[in-house]
Design a protein. Structure first.
Length: 310
């Protein structure tokens, strides 16, 4: 078999469609414990250069976790990247088998960078953090409903609000205990929260959803999150720089951290005011603050140092 072997895996709730290049070999496995064991056995024989999965909201994690245990090179990519690649190469038809072939060609031609994936502990913490966000969203929705609810519904809504508040307190405690049990997480959590503007929710989200923090340089970490300004130039035309892509959950939490830091962190507040005084729009200035906070936190994690206000 060719020394350069690339595998694309299209994931659905019940099936794993596999395409292997350069032989264009196809296989299909059940997306359950038995099927994943068969998949791992099949791929270990091939010894692929790279295996690429689409992110499918968690359906891929059973197979990915099993492959990581055997130190197989695995990358999870955004489905939008695959669809853009398919359109660019003229492959407009879409079935699971075709998608697996497209993902395999993406692996061969683009060769996305392999990054550390979440271990079992981090996945557990991430699951708790995701559930916390869901509870907060439900709590906000129910509070909004209470304002306009008619009398027959108010008691039921208020009871649900009270239950959600208790559930939120319980899950916050579970997250706090899980972090305290891990010496590494405990130290990283303290480093992140030493920066004024970063609270428990921001720190936990960064630990869960940005494991690369401290391992990449400032430009790569900003691009990974989606807060790096991208050029939009053509010929003599110089377009406005825009941010796009990246990890939406991390950007949302950085936005809240930036808003908080503008109130409590003199350095970020002064930086924001300088941009506003220079005529920058508030939204652009706030995005610049998000990027600055991310770069500072990345440096702090890299040097294992706490924030020292000047």
């Amino acid at each position: 078999m060719n020394s350069e072997t690339f595998v694309g895996i299209d994931v659905s709730k019940h099936l794993l469609d596999v395409n292997v290049l350069p032989e264009n070999q196809t296989q299909q496995f059940a997306n359950d414990d038995k099927g994943v064991k068969q998949l791992v056995k099949f791929l270990r024989k091939i010894k692929p250069t790279l295996i690429v999965f689409e992110s499918t909201g968690g359906f891929e994690m059973l197979a990915v976790s099993s492959l990581i245990e055997y130190q197989v090179p695995v990358v999870i990519i955004n489905p939008r990247q695959v669809r853009d690649f398919a359109k660019a190469t003229g492959r407009l038809a879409k079935t699971d088998a075709i998608d697996a072939g497209t993902i395999a060609r993406f692996a061969r031609d683009i060769r996305p960078e392999i990054r550390a994936l979440k271990d079992e502990q981090t996945q557990a913490l991430s699951a708790l953090n995701t559930r916390r966000k869901q509870i907060v969203d439900m709590l906000v929705a129910e509070k909004n409903r209470l304002h306009t609810a008619l009398k027959p519904n108010r008691k039921s809504i208020q009871q649900h609000i009270d239950w959600l508040k208790r559930a939120l307190a319980d899950i916050n405690n579970d997250i706090d205990q899980m972090i305290k049990k891990s010496p590494t997480w405990r130290k990283n959590d303290k480093i992140l929260k030493s920066f004024k503007g970063v609270g428990p929710v921001t720190a936990t989200t960064l630990l869960c959803d940005l494991p690369e923090l401290g391992a990449l340089d400032r430009k790569k970490i900003a691009a990974l999150v989606g807060v790096a300004p991208l050029n939009c130039d053509s010929g003599k035309y110089r377009g406005r720089r825009r941010t796009m892509g990246g990890r939406a959950d991390v950007r949302r939490i950085l936005y809240m951290a930036a808003v908080s830091a503008m109130q409590h962190n003199p350095m970020i507040k002064a930086f924001y005011n300088r941009l506003i005084d220079a005529g920058k729009p508030p939204k652009l200035a706030l995005t610049a603050c998000m990027r600055k906070i991310l770069v500072i936190l990345n440096a702090m994690m890299k040097t294992r140092s706490h924030w020292i206000a000047s």
